[in-house]
Design a protein around this ligand. Structure first.
Ligand SMILES: Cc1cc2nc3c(=O)[nH]c(=O)nc-3n(C[C@H](O)[C@H](O)[C@H](O)COP(=O)(O)OP(=O)(O)OC[C@H]3O[C@@H](n4cnc5c(N)ncnc54)[C@H](O)[C@@H]3O)c2cc1C
Length: 391
C-alpha cells in the first residue's frame, strides 16, 4: 500500500511528486506515479517540441521545485549562459534550461523509482484507501490518490475538420496529434488554423522550413498579453473574490473572462510582425465553416460561401476541448462515491483540493478552486501546496 498515488506524470503530477519528496520526506517507494508514457513529462515535451517553443511563457519562478529561486540557482550552477537562458524582464526560462532543471529534480529526488507505466481505467474505494486498476490488468493500492491527468488527450477538432479527416485522411492534422507526420512528407502549401501562441510558434517554425508556403488563418486580431491570465490571479488580488464566490456557475464565468485564450506574448507578436513586413501573406483572416477537397487541394470556405484559401495540408492549432478530462473512466466513481460536480461537470472540491476521502485533484480538474491559473505551472505549485496542507 503506497502512501500516495499520483495519476498522471505531467507538469502537475511531477510538481506534486517533488513537493512530497522535499517537503514531506515521502520516499520514492511510498509514492507511485502512474502514466502511460515511459518517462515523466512526455506530453509536455512532445507538445512544446512540436511547435519549437524556444522560451516558456511563464517567468523563472514557475517550475517544479519548491523554492521559487531553484531554477535561477540551477542556471547559475550549470553551463547555461544567462543571455541564452532567460528572456526579457520577466526572465522567462528557455525550454532547454527548463527541461534540464526538471531532469535534475527527477534524478536528485529519484522519482523514477516511483514510476509505473500504465493507463488507469478505473478507481475503487477500499476501506482504508483506493485501488487503482490499470488497462494492463495490474492493481495499485494507496491511501491517497491525486488525479493529475491534464487535458492534453482531448484535442479540439471543429466539425468541418472532423469531416475532412474522415473523407481525406492525411490532409489535416492537429499539431498535438500523437502521430504527427514529418511535414516534409506532407503536401504543401500549409494552412495553420488558430490565432494563439501555439499557432504563431508553429507558423514561424514552418515558415522557416517552407518559406512562402505557409499561411496562418485566424479569426480574430492578434491578442497581445504577456501572460494567459492577469498576474493578479497569482495572489489575493483576484483570488480572494474568487474564493468568496459560492456559485460554481459564477466561478466558471470568472475563469472564462480571466483566461486570455488565443493570446500571444509581446516578443512573439514582434517576431511575427517582422516576418509579416517581408511576407504579408503569412497571415490571413477568416473563419472556416466548411471545406471541399478535390485533386489533393482543400478549399477552405467561410459561412458566407466565400473561398478563404486553397491548401495542400491543414494543421489545426485549435487547442483542447473544454469538457471534464477523464470523464469516461471517472463517471462510475463519481456516481458510486457521490462526488460533487458543478454544472460544467468539473469537480467541486475543498480548499485543500479534496474531492472525496483521500482523493485529490490538480490541473484542470482543480479549476473551480484554483481559478484560471489551475492548468499552468503556477497552478501546479499552488495545488501541490494546498494538498500538502492537510498531510
Ligand atoms: C505548447 C504549450 C506550451 C505551454 N507553455 C506553458 C508555459 O510556458 N507556462 C505555463 O505555466 N504553462 C504552459 N502551458 C500550459 C501547461 O503548463 C501545460 O499544458 C502542462 O503540460 C499541463 O500539465 P498537466 O500535468 O496538466 O498535463 P500533461 O502534461 O498532459 O500530463 C498529464 C499526464 O497524465 C496522463 N494521463 C492521462 N490520462 C491518464 C490515465 N487514465 N492514466 C494514467 N495517466 C493518464 C497523460 O498521458 C499525461 O502524461 C503550455 C501548454 C502547451 C500545450
Amino acid at each position: 500500500m503506497h502512501k500516495w498515488i499520483i495519476i498522471g506524470g505531467g507538469i502537475q503530477g511531477m510538481t506534486l511528486a517533488t513537493f512530497l519528496r522535499k517537503q514531506k520526506g515521502v520516499t520514492p517507494e511510498e509514492m507511485a506515479i502512474i502514466d502511460p508514457h515511459e518517462e515523466p513529462l512526455s506530453e509536455w515535451k512532445r507538445c512544446t517540441e512540436a511547435i519549437s517553443m524556444p522560451f516558456l511563457r511563464s517567468p523563472f519562478v514557475h517550475h517544479l521545485d519548491v523554492d521559487p529561486f531553484s531554477l535561477n540557482r540551477h542556471a547559475k550552477a550549470s553551463p547555461f549562459s544567462e543571455d541564452a537562458s532567460f528572456l526579457g524582464r520577466f526572465k522567462r526560462p528557455s525550454l532547454l534550461l527548463f527541461h534540464e532543471h526538471c531532469e535534475h529534480l527527477v534524478r536528485e529526488q529519484e522519482i523514477r523509482r516511483s514510476w509505473i507505466q500504465g493507463r488507469v481505467e478505473s478507481v475503487k474505494r477500499l476501506e482504508n484507501g483506493w485501488q487503482i486498476h490499470l488497462e494492463n490488468g495490474s492493481l495499485v493500492r494507496g491511501a491517497n490518490v491525486v488525479l493529475a491527468i491534464g487535458a492534453g488527450e482531448q484535442l479540439h477538432w471543429p466539425a468541418w475538420a472532423q469531416q475532412l479527416q474522415t473523407d481525406s485522411p492525411g490532409s489535416i492534422f492537429h499539431v498535438f496529434d500523437k502521430e504527427l507526420p514529418k511535414f516534409d512528407a506532407s503536401q504543401a502549401p500549409f494552412t495553420i488554423i488558430g490565432g494563439g501562441i501555439t499557432a504563431v510558434h508553429l507558423t514561424l517554425k514552418l515558415h522557416k522550413q517552407f518559406p512562402g508556403q505557409v499561411t496562418l488563418l485566424k479569426r480574430h486580431p492578434f491578442r497581445v498579453h504577456d501572460f494567459d491570465s492577469d498576474p493578479g490571479w497569482l495572489g489575493p488580488k483576484y483570488q480572494q473574490a474568487f474564493r468568496k464566490t459560492r456559485s460554481y456557475t459564477q466561478r466558471r464565468e470568472m475563469i472564462g473572462h480571466a483566461r486570455r485564450k488565443g493570446s500571444i506574448p509581446r516578443d512573439l507578436n514582434a517576431r511575427m510582425r517582422k516576418q509579416l513586413r517581408q511576407f504579408p501573406e503569412l497571415v490571413a483572416d477568416g473563419h472556416v465553416s466548411r471545406v471541399q477537397r478535390q485533386q489533393n487541394v482543400t478549399s477552405l470556405i467561410d459561412e458566407n460561401g466565400t473561398l478563404l484559401r486553397q491548401t495542400g495540408t491543414v494543421i489545426l492549432a485549435t487547442g483542447f476541448q473544454p469538457q471534464l478530462p477523464g470523464h469516461d473512466w471517472l463517471s462510475p466513481v463519481i456516481e458510486e462515491q457521490r462526488l460533487k460536480c458543478a454544472e460544467c461537470g468539473y469537480p467541486v472540491v475543498t480548499q485543500t483540493l479534496q474531492w472525496g476521502p483521500g482523493l485529490y485533484v490538480m490541473g484542470p480538474l482543480a479549476e473551480l478552486e484554483v481559478g484560471p491559473i489551475a492548468r499552468n505551472i503556477s497552478g501546479a505549485r499552488e495545488a501541490a501546496s494546498r494538498i500538502l496542507q492537510v498531510h
